[in-house]
Ligand binder design. Structure first.
Ligand code: SF4
Length: 552
């Protein structure tokens, strides 16, 4: 374990505060259509219209401003019409790209599901979602093929077991990530889950925080076992020499086309104060965040212009009314922690981490997973921010039976390095912004690499993204792939990827976290991709020195 230092502040062009649409500076008139839509009607209000009007009138009855804007606050996006190639993504109008079906994101704050919840999601998937279910890299489960007519019944079922889709998407506080091993890990000193629960109870669905400049991504976790440096706000566990265990506050991370790692504010927050401090940071973002251009609206842009010291001062003086305690930097892991395999819990039982391929699951698989979990004597499953899952509380005598059962349903607790380290975003199959296919490509890639480099023994991460938005964290993978159209050797425009090499989160092998380098001119067609990755991997194997990680 090594100590972190505050990441260097990237240089940012100073910009004039005025004209950015900041509420705190008196700019309340919307400067773009998204801001107009949010001002016209609080997006949370669309739930009543879905239940009372659209569910009866069907897709054709939906007001376009609700359909393409406010629906997201309830986890609903229209999905891409089948058969539209990536070359037409930027050309077509939204209504030409979209299908009459929806993607529905179920938020699973902290990543924990009990069997009743797992079975409920599985049932909704098979009954209403054509058996679709993807494990996302934010501990959500995403369903597809959902009809607006079915939403009242779906909400009824989800809410009966304590699940919700409230603010699962939209310019609002999205799912709060937690450690998949919170409360059971032998390495954890303080479980952050009560703080997550309190944030959800107090602020999710609260109209005061439902109109933010852009999405707001959070994490509370003693262990740095999620993408804490790419969130808008993260609380990471740290021991204070005088005050004991608490949390170190990071803010302003985000990827997409202007990637930026989060920075430490340098403060120590006791667990009981996390919800208030979280609310303060959201308040700063709501009031001072930029609302003129969508692509400059995330918290990271405000932080880049202000710097950490000013942000802390405003937070303390205007929002908390008190000074925060200075705090030490947390201990960070030498490499990302994915919890795959069999591990001891602090109560002597085990948890088993298993991998689907690139997060693709199904209602059928989740239903069988629930049966296996129950047969292993457990009531708890957790999702990870790496599109993987864990079964908790497994007695020693049940471990091998569970692993066999998981394997039979397509979940592997002893996966190859390829399956373990590969993630893919939604891609062209369903996403209206996509330029290329991702999930099927990811599955083909893993299969091919497992055949050709079966015994590859290093940790490697491959993140496949269907466009520059980097939902599967392009820039922080060993091999990050950004979908775009490229020329093949015959001069034809085809699906392909810009390659980023050598990115990583955490303190990979003693090096600071950092973004992968875009390799100048290096683009691979989708067809060439398996061969390209194989070549990179073979070069690494041939040239590595003792213990040298792929990331190096
Ligand atoms: Fe869609 Fe692009 Fe995000 Fe992939 S990275 S899910 S293609 S927006």
């Amino acid at each position: 374990m090594v100590s972190s230092n505050t990441p260097a502040t990237p240089t940012a062009r100073p910009r004039k505060a005025r004209g950015e649409g900041q509420w705190a500076l008196g700019h309340r008139e919307p400067l773009n259509p998204n801001e107009r839509s949010k001002k016209d009607d609080n997006p949370l209000n669309v739930r009543a219209r879905i239940e009372n009007i659209y569910a009866h009138g069907g897709f054709a009855s939906i007001d376009p401003a609700d359909l393409r804007g406010r629906f997201r606050w309830w986890g609903l996006y229209t999905q891409r019409k089948a058969g539209i190639d990536g070359g037409r993504t930027a050309i077509l109008e939204p209504e030409e790209l979209e299908d009459e079906y929806f993607m529905l994101r179920v938020r699973i704050d902290g990543g924990g599901l009990n069997l009743a919840q797992l079975r409920t999601i599985a049932g909704i998937s098979t009954e209403f979602g054509r058996d679709s279910a993807d494990l996302t890299d934010r501990q959500n489960i995403q369903l597809h093929w959902i009809r607006v007519e079915d939403m009242p019944e779906i909400w009824k079922r989800l809410e009966a077991v304590g699940l919700q889709t409230t603010e699962a998407c939209g310019d609002c506080p999205r799912v709060v990530l937690g450690s998949p091993v919170a409360g059971i890990s032998t390495d954890e000193v303080l479980d952050g889950t009560p703080a997550i629960d309190e944030i959800i109870k107090r602020y999710v669905g609260d109209p005061r925080y439902s109109n933010l400049p852009r999405k707001f991504k959070s994490q509370v976790s003693w262990l740095a076992d999620g993408p804490y440096e790419t969130n808008d706000i993260s609380f990471v566990g740290v021991e204070h020499p005088d005050h004991g265990p608490g949390f170190d506050l990071w803010i302003g991370g985000g990827l997409s086309t202007n990637p930026r790692l989060a920075e430490r504010l340098g403060v120590w927050v006791p667990i009981g104060e996390i919800p208030d401090v979280w609310e303060g940071v959201v308040g700063v973002f709501r009031d001072y965040g930029y609302r003129r251009l969508r692509h400059r609206a995330r918290l990271k842009f405000l932080l880049a212009d202000w710097g950490v010291a000013k942000f802390r001062e405003i937070l303390e003086k205007e929002y908390l009314g008190r000074a925060l305690l200075d705090g030490p930097a947390p201990e960070l892991p030498a490499k990302p922690i994915d919890h795959i395999g069999v591990h001891k819990q602090r109560d002597g039982r085990n948890y088993v981490g298993a991998a689907p391929v690139v997060g693709r699951s199904s209602g059928t698989q989740l239903s069988k997973l629930a049966d296996l979990t129950e047969a292993a004597g457990s009531d708890r499953v957790r999702l990870t921010a790496y599109q993987k899952l864990l079964v908790l509380d497994v007695a020693e005598e049940n471990v091998e039976g569970l692993i066999r059962g998981l394997r039979e349903i397509g979940l592997e607790a002893r996966p190859s390095a390829w399956r373990r380290g590969t993630m893919a975003c939604t891609g062209i199959e369903y996403c209206k912004l996509a330029i290329v296919e991702t999930k099927a490509r990811g599955q083909e890639l893993v299969t091919r690499l497992e055949e050709r480099l079966k015994d590859f023994d290093a940790d490697i991460s491959i993140h496949i993204n269907g466009c520059p938005n980097a939902c599967a964290r392009t820039q922080v993978a060993d091999i990050g792939l950004k979908g775009q159209l490229v020329m093949n050797s015959r001069g034809e425009q085809v699906e392909g990827f810009q390659v980023h090499l050598g990115g990583g989160l955490g303190m990979a092998q003693g090096q600071s976290s950092g973004f992968g380098r875009k390799v100048r001119g290096l683009k691979a067609t989708a067809e060439e991709l398996p061969e390209y990755v194989e070549r990179v991997a073979r070069n690494y194997l041939a040239g590595r020195t003792d213990g040298e990680a792929f990331a190096n």
